[in-house]
Ligand binder design. Structure first.
Ligand SMILES: Nc1ncnc2c1ncn2[C@@H]1O[C@H](COP(=O)(O)OP(=O)(O)OP(=O)(O)O)[C@@H](O)[C@H]1O
Length: 323
């Protein structure tokens, strides 16, 4: 295990930011710390980095007890949401900085900077100033700078959080490809479930200072351990005492379905290739939300007022709803 966090707790005054967190982050993987705002993701990342100290518990990095080591002795690289570049230095100089303060030979620095700039596709911008780069390019420069000193672990705190949706999507695909090339153990914080599902090898879901579940994107999506994880990773609705996904509900206009819940379509909305239905099953309950394809809606001639019978599909993901 590359990073081993054991029994870590952290309070800020009376507030418990992390409550007895233990987690293993394997070597060479890209792990996402995912959860809602204020859940404790950044605090955990900062404790791994050595920027914050835990009240109790230990952190081991590459087999070395690191709990009391200062950040510079942990061999970790960081990238933050708002990257503080040296404004008066060129892109190449910014990337070279960590190597120069370590007094590496000039020829080695030059070669390594050229390699890194090629890796992050900024070779043609080596002589620009950071202010002459776009936000996405600046974050790529930050990554090159963090990788320059060959850290054993790369820690990224919402690295693309400040960028617009399109650039963000491009950069996360790029981060995945970069990781496949360099294989450095990486941990990134995100509150965006799509980002975590798309990029990470493994996801640690953190909520209210506790680890809710650890698993691959498929494990978490297909077998959520709690209704919190299920609701955080995608849309959910409630049908017959269980939480299910709206597209995991079978709709029938035939009353003969055993165990099906009867209802009436109270609202219908077409969104692109899918159709969303709200089905009232009892006047006192929230309507059940159901997603069907447009072809299916047409085939059943569904409209507002249609009588329908709902049942979860045989392979539906289900978690008992908390009352
Ligand atoms: N230095 C501090 N002093 C006091 N409270 C803090 C401090 N740092 C963090 N906290 C609190 O600890 C909780 C966890 O914060 P943290 O930044 O770890 O959450 P997060 O999951 O990363 O959220 P976000 O996605 O919003 O950054 C928050 O309620 C925050 O206000």
């Amino acid at each position: 295990m590359s990073i081993h966090v054991d029994g870590v707790s952290k309070r800020f005054g009376d507030f418990v930011a992390l409550d007895d967190v233990s987690v293993d982050l394997p070597t060479g993987q890209l792990t996402a710390l995912l959860g809602p705002s204020g859940g404790g993701k950044s605090t955990l990342l900062r404790i791994i980095a050595g920027l914050e100290t835990a009240d109790t518990g230990t952190v081991t990095i590459e087999g070395r007890e690191a709990t009391h080591l200062p950040p510079q002795k942990r061999n970790v690289g960081f990238v933050f949401q708002h990257y503080a570049a040296f404004k008066h230095m060129s892109v190449a100089k910014n990337v070279a900085f960590g190597l120069e303060i370590r007094h590496r030979p000039k020829t080695e620095v030059k070669k390594r900077v050229a390699e890194l700039l090629e890796l992050v596709h900024l070779d043609q911008f080596a002589h620009r100033l950071p202010s002459q780069l776009s936000g996405g390019q600046r974050q790529r420069m930050a990554l090159a700078r963090a990788l320059a000193v060959e850290p054993s672990v790369l820690l990224l705190d919402e690295p693309f959080g400040a960028l617009d949706a399109k650039v963000r999507k491009e950069l996360r695909e790029w981060l995945r490809r970069l990781h496949d090339e360099v294989h450095v153990t990486s941990v990134f914080v995100t509150h965006d479930q799509e980002e975590a599902l798309e990029v990470a090898d493994e996801i640690v879901v953190i909520n209210e200072g506790r680890v809710e579940q650890v698993g691959t994107p498929d494990q978490l999506y297909d077998a959520p351990a709690t209704d919190f994880v299920m609701g955080f990773l995608g849309p959910v609705t409630r049908l017959g005492g269980a939480q299910v996904r709206p597209h995991d509900i079978e709709v029938s206009t035939d009353p003969g379905q055993p165990g099906a819940v009867p209802g009436r379509v109270v609202r219908l909305l077409r969104v692109g290739f899918e159709v969303r239905l709200w089905v009232e099953t009892a006047p006192s309950e929230e309507p059940v939300s159901v997603t069907v394809t447009r072809a299916h809606q047409r085939q059943l001639a569904l409209g507002e007022g249609s009588a329908v019978w709902l049942s979860p599909t045989s392979d539906a993901t289900r978690v008992d709803a908390v009352v």
